[in-house]
Design a protein around this ligand. Structure first.
Ligand code: MG
Length: 180
């Protein structure tokens, strides 16, 4: 099976570093990542409109931040497990537009651990060819369709889960492994 894996929020924790960055920038405490109830960073961290603008303007000038992200516990084992099971795996990730280091840092991180796997950067994931995509963004899964998309349960996509929706949700890596 051809399996596409989203990176941020699925395999790699960018949120912890981004929250720390935002706290320094805004000089105040922001909601913990596990309490985020929205996919968009400003809404998840309950920023005012002005704070959100400042956040977006500032963060793209930070060339070191994207290098500070780390794999979620069990993430690399999960990918190795899919490969060992004979699946054709690649990374399918949306780059942060206007943030050059985002792509460079992401490629470097993925390449160091999985030098032979492809990384596809796109904002139109539905155009890529795969049998199954694991992603944490509800709108992406909605675009891809429930036949090809699986939504990984995360705090920031739970409000979307509770609405009427077409998502097939998986709770963790182990559940995804069992179902493929
Ligand atoms: Mg994601």
């Amino acid at each position: 099976m051809i399996i596409a894996l989203d990176v941020d929020g699925v395999l790699v924790d960018c949120n912890t570093s981004i929250r720390e960055y935002a706290q320094k920038l805004l000089k105040r405490q922001l909601p913990a990542v596990n309490d985020w109830k929205d996919f968009a960073f400003p809404a998840a961290m309950k920023m005012t409109f002005e704070e959100g603008l400042l956040f977006h303007e500032s963060i793209v000038t930070d060339s070191t931040l994207p290098y500070s992200f780390s794999w979620y516990p069990g993430a690399t084992d999960f990918v190795h497990g899919l490969l060992d099971a004979g699946h054709d795996v690649f990374f399918l990730t949306s780059h942060w537009s206007g943030y050059p280091e985002w792509v460079t840092a992401r490629e470097r991180m993925l390449h160091l651990e999985f030098p032979y796997l492809d990384v596809v950067f796109t904002h139109s994931k539905q155009r890529a060819q795969f049998n199954l995509l694991l992603d944490d963004k509800p709108s992406t899964i909605a675009t891809v369709g429930s036949e090809r998309g699986r939504l990984l349960d995360r705090p920031w996509n739970r409000p979307a889960q509770s609405m009427f929706n077409p998502y097939i949700i998986v709770n963790d890596y182990a559940e995804f492994m069992k179902r493929v």
